[in-house]
Write a protein that binds this ligand. Structure first.
Ligand code: BGC
Length: 397
C-alpha cells in the first residue's frame, strides 16, 4: 500500500478518493488512468506550517461545473491540513475577480490560489499582492503579464487536445482509411490561456489529415479565433453549432466529428446535433472534464469521450506546493518527483509575457462509455441507483 500525505488520507476518509499515484515525471497523457505504484511520496503532508495561516482561493464562476468541484476540493483539502480558507467565486466577471482578490489581500491572506477568468486582467491587483509579500499560485489557468505569480499548477493542456485528436484519428482509422470525413471544431474562451493549447493540441494532431483531404471542414472554420467560445458558454456553443448546421449541413452533408475542447461546449454542441442535425449518424463528439451531464450523454451515445483531469490530484498537488512555499521552500523538479501523484515539473512551456512560470503539470486521460468505471474507482463518482449513469460523490456537484 502506498503511503499518502495526511491531507490526502483525511480527504480519502471524507470522499473515498484514492487517486494520488506515484510520480513518473512524464508529461504525456494516456488513454488509461495513470497506474498506481507503491512508491512513497517524499513530500509528506506533515504540516506545522499551517498554524493560523489563511489561503485565499479565487475561482472563476459557479456556472461551470468544474469550478464548483475544484473550489470545494481545494477548500476541503486546505482546511483538513489546518489552514483557514477564504473562497470566492467571481461570476465570470473580471472586475469582480479583481475586487475579490483585493479583498483577500486586504484580509492579509498568506497565499493566493487563482483560477483566472481572464488571465491578462490581474496584473495591477497582483502587484498589490507582490508588495504585500503574498505568493501567488496560478491554478489550472496561467496568469499572464505579471511577475507576481510564483508557480502554475495545471494539467498538460496541449496533451488534453492531443488526446482528443488522437481519439478521432483512431476511431476513424485515419492513418489507413481511403474515406473522407467531415469535422467541425468548437474551442474555448479566448481569455483563458488554456483554450489555445487545447485547440492546438487537437488541431496539430489532425492537421496532416486535413491537409491530405481525409478530413474536411465544410464550414471552413479552421482557426482558433473562428471557433472560440467566449466564457466557455454552453448556450453560445449551441447557437454556433446550430448556425453551422443550418449553413453547411442542411443539404444532407454528413457531420462525422464535432471536436469540442471541453464538456460545457460539448453539451451545447450535442444539443444542437440532437435538435438540428438530420444526417442519421451519431457524430463523434469530444469533451473534457467529466461533468455529470456529459457523462450522461456518453452513456446515451450523444457524446463519445471526455478527457478527464482528476480534481483531487490537482488540488492535492496545489496543497503540497502551497505548503512548501509557506514553509519557505522552493519547490522544484525533485519536489515534483517526490510527490505521490504523477506530474512533471516544466520550466519551459508556460511563458506569461513577463516570465516563464515554473509549472507542475498533471496527466490527463481519456474516458469513454467503456471506461466509466475508472471514474468510479477514483472515489469521486458513483453509479446511480439503476447502475446506468454516474453521479458525483461530492456535496455540491
Ligand atoms: C479548464 C477546463 C474547463 C474550462 C472551462 C479551462 O481553463 O482547464 O477544464 O473545461 O476552463 O471551465
Amino acid at each position: 500500500m502506498k503511503k499518502m500525505g495526511k491531507l490526502t488520507a483525511a480527504f480519502l476518509a471524507m470522499s473515498m478518493c484514492a487517486s494520488f499515484t506515484a510520480c513518473g515525471g512524464s508529461s504525456g497523457g494516456s488513454t488509461a488512468a495513470p497506474a498506481t505504484t507503491d512508491a512513497a511520496p517524499a513530500a509528506a503532508s506533515s504540516d506545522a506550517s499551517a498554524g493560523g495561516k489563511t489561503v485565499g482561493i479565487a475561482m472563476p464562476t459557479k456556472s461551470l461545473e468544474r469550478w464548483n468541484r475544484d473550489g470545494e476540493y481545494l477548500k476541503n483539502e486546505f482546511e483538513a491540513a489546518g489552514y483557514k480558507v477564504e473562497l470566492k467565486y467571481s461570476d465570470n466577471d473580471t472586475n469582480q475577480q479583481n475586487n475579490d482578490i483585493q479583498g483577500m489581500i486586504a484580509d492579509k491572506v498568506d497565499l493566493l490560489l487563482i483560477a483566472a477568468i481572464d488571465g491578462s486582467t490581474l496584473s495591477q491587483t497582483l502587484n498589490e499582492a507582490k508588495s504585500a509579500n503574498i505568493p501567488v499560485i496560478a491554478y489550472d489557468r496561467l496568469i499572464m503579464d505579471t511577475d507576481a505569480v510564483s508557480y502554475y499548477v495545471s494539467f498538460d493542456n496541449y496533451t488534453v487536445g492531443k488526446l482528443q485528436g488522437e481519439f478521432v484519428e483512431k476511431q476513424l482509422d485515419l492513418a489507413n482509411t481511403d474515406k473522407t470525413y467531415n469535422i467541425e471544431f468548437t474551442a474555448g474562451d479566448p481569455a483563458d490561456n488554456n483554450a489555445g493549447y487545447f485547440f492546438n493540441g487537437a488541431f496539430d494532431t489532425l492537421k496532416p489529415y486535413i491537409d491530405s483531404g481525409k478530413l474536411v471542414i465544410p464550414s471552413g472554420k479552421s482557426t482558433f479565433e473562428q471557433v472560440a467560445t467566449p466564457s466557455w458558454s454552453t448556450d453560445t456553443a449551441l447557437e454556433n453549432m446550430q448556425n453551422t448546421l443550418a449553413s453547411y449541413y442542411s443539404d444532407g452533408t454528413i457531420l462525422d466529428v464535432a471536436l469540442c475542447s471541453n464538456d460545457s461546449t460539448a453539451l451545447g454542441v450535442a444539443q444542437a446535433i440532437t435538435s438540428d442535425y438530420n444526417g442519421g449518424n451519431a457524430p463523434i463528439v469530444t469533451g473534457q472534464d467529466g461533468d455529470i451531464a456529459n457523462l450522461r450523454n456518453i452513456v446515451d451515445g450523444i457524446q463519445t469521450m471526455t478527457v478527464y483531469k482528476n480534481v483531487s490530484d490537482e488540488a492535492g498537488v496545489t496543497l503540497e506546493v502551497s505548503k512548501a512555499i509557506l514553509s519557505g521552500k522552493t519547490p522544484d523538479k525533485s519536489f515534483a518527483d517526490g510527490l505521490s501523484v504523477q506530474c512533471s515539473y516544466d520550466t519551459e512551456s508556460y511563458n506569461n509575457n513577463v516570465k516563464t512560470v515554473p509549472s507542475f503539470l498533471l496527466v490527463p486521460y481519456v474516458i469513454t462509455k467503456d471506461s466509466l468505471q475508472t471514474l468510479v474507482d477514483t472515489g469521486l463518482y458513483k453509479w446511480d441507483a439503476d447502475n446506468k449513469y454516474l453521479e458525483s460523490t461530492a456535496a455540491t456537484t
